[in-house]
Design a binder for this molecule. Sequence first.
Ligand code: SF4
Length: 336
Amino acid sequence: MPDPGVSIPAAYGGVEATPEWAAEIKRLAKARNAVILAHNYQLPAIQDIADYVGDSLGLSRVAAEVEADEIIFCGVHFMAESAKILSPDKRVLIPDERAGCSLADSITAEQLREWKADYPDAVVVSYVNTTAEVKALTDICCTSSNAVEVVASIDPDRDVLFLPDQFLGAHVKRETGRDNIHIWAGECHVHAGINGDELTEQADSHPDAELYIHPECGCATSALYLAGEGAVPEDKVKILSTGGMIDAARESTAKQVLVATEVGMLHQLRKAAPDVDFQPVNPRAACPYMKMITPAALLRCLTEGRDEVHVDPEIAAKARLSVQRMIEIGNPGGGE
Ligand code: SF4
């Protein structure tokens, strides 16, 4: 569901995910001593061939711990960068380096430098969907699971610059009740496309269903508002990170669950709880960048050893500090 203002490069194509393709991918990965990681929003064929599937932070942790010479990161570029930041000694490859992220692109290092100059004493809190350069200018990173705790841990008298997601920022502001939090007006065009109207319509037509909402979705604020109004029963609404959704799915006793996040997530949820009927709030909410990691791109990656992810060591060292502070506060879960 590309935003009209966002231009998505054409993905590598022409290769089907056949059993022969899968066998060749496994053979090449073994020959390279490479481990394949896939984000929850990847195409089902890519998720199914991966050694590990998860959310961005969980995968970065696997990348740091796993015994392999190479990490093949099937996700978007900032995630592969995070894996490189946390495991600087490993070779990290992404099957298509053009797989960007509209949320990470909504603030550049230059823009953050200018914003910081306006609030020299502020503490900078960045959601993990940011480039390595932005993380290097950040005091504490956060995920959707610990954003509220991270901001609550900061001296109440100090200004906070929260970036780049305005919906997560609004959620944190409401939960902490802080007036001195300044929120960058960035958004993910995929999540912003899941709106309150669609949610109300779906909730009305599926009155017995539970609702899983990812806080980066544009619908999170209206979902909480609707729950407060009694339009959606409060106990049926769960605000969860992607990792939290999988845990909740395994324990769910609901017959049907409406899911407000990127549609790739449904593949893992259906595998985790096959008896539950998971339905997307917006079936068109597919991240076009995530879907650039095609069977052809993965084959090219393993055949040619491309595209390698490089992060300047000085930037990586500073970025690592802000990520480590995030891991120390609360339960960071897994990010997007
Ligand atoms: S779904 Fe949105 S936030 Fe996530 S990678 Fe795609 S563009 Fe970025």
